[in-house]
Write a protein that binds this ligand. Structure first.
Ligand SMILES: *[C@@H]1O[C@H](CO)[C@@H](O)[C@H](O)[C@H]1NC(C)=O
Ligand SMILES: *[C@@H]1O[C@H](CO)[C@@H](O)[C@H](O)[C@H]1NC(C)=O
Ligand SMILES: *[C@@H]1O[C@H](CO)[C@@H](O)[C@H](O)[C@H]1NC(C)=O
Ligand SMILES: *[C@@H]1O[C@H](CO)[C@@H](O)[C@H](O)[C@H]1NC(C)=O
Ligand SMILES: *[C@@H]1O[C@H](CO)[C@@H](O)[C@H](O)[C@H]1NC(C)=O
Ligand SMILES: *[C@@H]1O[C@H](CO)[C@@H](O)[C@H](O)[C@H]1NC(C)=O
Ligand SMILES: *[C@@H]1O[C@H](CO)[C@@H](O)[C@H](O)[C@H]1NC(C)=O
Ligand SMILES: *[C@@H]1O[C@H](CO)[C@@H](O)[C@H](O)[C@H]1NC(C)=O
Ligand SMILES: *[C@@H]1O[C@H](CO)[C@@H](O)[C@H](O)[C@H]1NC(C)=O
Ligand SMILES: *[C@@H]1O[C@H](CO)[C@@H](O)[C@H](O)[C@H]1NC(C)=O
Ligand SMILES: *[C@@H]1O[C@H](CO)[C@@H](O)[C@H](O)[C@H]1NC(C)=O
Ligand SMILES: *[C@@H]1O[C@H](CO)[C@@H](O)[C@H](O)[C@H]1NC(C)=O
Length: 427
């Protein structure tokens, strides 16, 4: 019992005692010291952000430095996120042999990431997003077998994704958004089998979506938005049984959406807007997406009707089918959903009888409707008076540029929010 009691009651005494018995517990290894001071010289040329990095003190009193209890008190974490640093990362970084986590995000660092980063074999977390780093990701990153997070956002790198990353088989999360990466998305990314988050948005990737990505069985989030991808949406993606977010918007993808995509029951967010996708929307689109909340297919070339099966996607909050060539009536079943936004702008949808507006009447049952945007279609006739019963949350109801006539329904002025009500007719 005694040793336990001693530990519980006298932790500080114990710590002091062991510290004096094992002086190595001070966090001041000279290899790390040299490396940190060289880093400081590069990182803080124009700021006093690292004034606490003072040779006379233990590293644990240095801003952003943590030491490991194992490995003889070597530096294990460096977090200088948002420290106002301007400068560059010195090659001495590679001498911080036991570094596991490096976060230099949100600074104004430039030049290249030093190749010596490849010596950091314990590294599992690397976040360099939102800097001005440039140059290719050094191939040596491929030596970071422990790497489980890699964040290199905002134009920190140019060139393609370095082949070296292929060796980072422990990667769980890759975020390379907001850079200038170009070339094709390498096939071998599909071999990083532990990846859960792959975020390559806002780069300049060209070529197709490699079918091998369908092998990433742990993937939950796939963002390749805002690139220059072309070709079809590879059917292999629908093998990813855990995928929650498929964000491929703002590319030049073409062809039809594989029907199997609409059977991916894990999906919560489908973002495919601003591509060149075409074809009709599968008549059972809404039957295999029990979790879907956001369905954004805007600004493509879809034709045909809006499928009533959408009503079976009962979790859906946002439907945006604007800027396509959809025809026919809006199925009344759509109104049984409880939507935040229904955006159908810029199609060739129509209405002529009161029944054709039934979707609006049914929507009055939903208290969370915030926007119904139907402008630039072929809706005609008289608006149903039920619009006055739409949710008190309503912010925008826009049927401008249609062929609507008749009186503005009584009671429509009663919405508590400052709603934007556009009833402007095109004729
Ligand atoms: C510092 O680390 C190096 C490399 O691990 C090691 O050789 C050296 O003995 C350490 N110095 C001290 C004072 O622990
Ligand atoms: C380190 O800090 C001490 C006490 O704050 C100060 O006297 C000394 O000048 C500092 N040394 C350097 C190199 O900044
Ligand atoms: C670094 O510190 C910031 C707060 O300053 C924190 O938000 C961030 O999560 C930290 N990074 C790591 C890798 O712990
Ligand atoms: C890394 O440490 C070694 C040994 O102390 C030293 O010779 C070398 O110059 C250091 N490398 C860098 C890039 O600072
Ligand atoms: C990037 O950092 C700048 C300041 O350096 C900040 O203004 C900007 O909002 C950041 N961008 C993102 C996406 O966080
Ligand atoms: C990228 O970083 C620069 C400088 O840090 C910042 O000014 C800019 O706003 C950032 N861009 C984005 C898109 O975050
Ligand atoms: C990063 O992007 C900003 C804004 O796009 C640009 O001004 C800056 O030159 C870029 N930095 C590098 C290193 O490419
Ligand atoms: C990747 O690992 C293989 C096998 O271990 C090795 O031969 C190769 O040199 C490594 N590639 C890079 C770029 O580190
Ligand atoms: C990965 O996917 C590609 C294309 O879908 C396939 O040919 C390959 O056999 C897969 N590799 C593994 C290891 O499953
Ligand atoms: C809709 O169809 C018309 C006629 O076929 C075509 O000119 C137009 O480009 C199409 N619009 C879209 C968004 O596909
Ligand atoms: C909605 O789902 C039910 C039950 O699975 C099915 O019977 C019905 O046909 C579906 N509705 C549509 C319009 O596909
Ligand atoms: C509102 O929902 C109830 C119960 O589901 C239903 O009986 C009623 O017809 C609905 N009202 C409208 C206007 O759709």
């Amino acid at each position: 019992m005694l040793p336990v009691l001693k530990f519980v009651l006298l932790p500080s005494v114990l710590l002091l005692a062991s510290a004096s018995r094992f002086p190595a517990l001070a966090c001041n290894n000279e290899t790390d010291l040299e490396a940190l001071l060289a880093l400081k010289a590069g990182l803080s040329r124009h700021s006093d952000a690292l004034d606490s990095w003072n040779t006379t003190t233990d590293f644990r009193q240095w801003h952003g430095v943590s030491c490991s209890l194992n490995h003889g008190q070597r530096v294990s974490e460096l977090n200088l996120s948002s420290a106002g640093l301007r400068g560059y990362i010195a090659p001495s970084l590679g001498n911080l042999t036991y570094l596991r986590s490096l976060d230099l995000s949100y600074n104004l660092l430039h030049r290249e990431i030093p190749r010596t980063i490849g010596q950091l074999s314990q590294m599992s977390y690397l976040d360099l997003k939102n800097n001005s780093l440039q140059g290719e990701i050094p191939w040596t990153i491929g030596q970071l077998r422990q790497l489980s997070h890699l964040y290199l956002s905002n134009n920190s790198t140019e060139g393609g994704i370095t082949y070296g990353l292929r060796n980072c088989t422990r990667l769980v999360s890759i975020k390379l958004d907001l850079n200038k990466l170009h070339q094709e998305i390498p096939d071998w990314l599909g071999g990083l089998s532990r990846i859960e988050v792959m975020s390559l948005g806002k780069n300049k990737f060209t070529g197709i979506i490699p079918p091998s990505l369908g092998n990433l069985s742990s993937l939950r989030i796939l963002n390749i938005n805002d690139n220059q991808l072309s070709g079809p949406i590879t059917e292999s993606l629908s093998r990813i049984s855990k995928l929650e977010m498929l964000a491929l918007q703002v590319n030049q993808l073409s062809g039809t959406i594989p029907r199997t995509v609409f059977n991916m029951s894990s999906l919560i967010h489908i973002g495919l807007e601003m591509n060149q996708l075409s074809g009709t929307l599968s008549s059972n689109l809404g039957n295999g997406l029990p979790k879907i909340k956001y369905l954004i297919l805007a600004l493509n070339h879809f034709t045909g009707r809006i499928t009533a099966s959408l009503a079976n996607a009962t979790m859906i909050q946002l439907i945006d089918l604007s800027g396509n060539n959809l025809t026919g009536f809006v199925p009344p079943e759509i109104g049984t959903l409880c939507l935040n936004f229904l955006i159908l702008t810029g199609n060739q949808l129509k209405s002529s009888t009161v029944q054709d507006w039934e979707f609006i009447t049914s929507l009055t049952n939903c208290t969370s409707v915030r926007g119904v945007i139907l402008q630039h279609n072929r809706f005609s006739g008289v608006l149903p008076s039920s619009i006055a019963n739409l949710s008190r949350q309503l912010e925008i109801f826009d049927v401008s540029f249609n062929e609507i006539y008749g009186k503005i329904p009584v009671g429509i002025g009663n919405f508590p929010n400052q709603i934007k009500l556009e009833l402007l007719s095109s004729n």
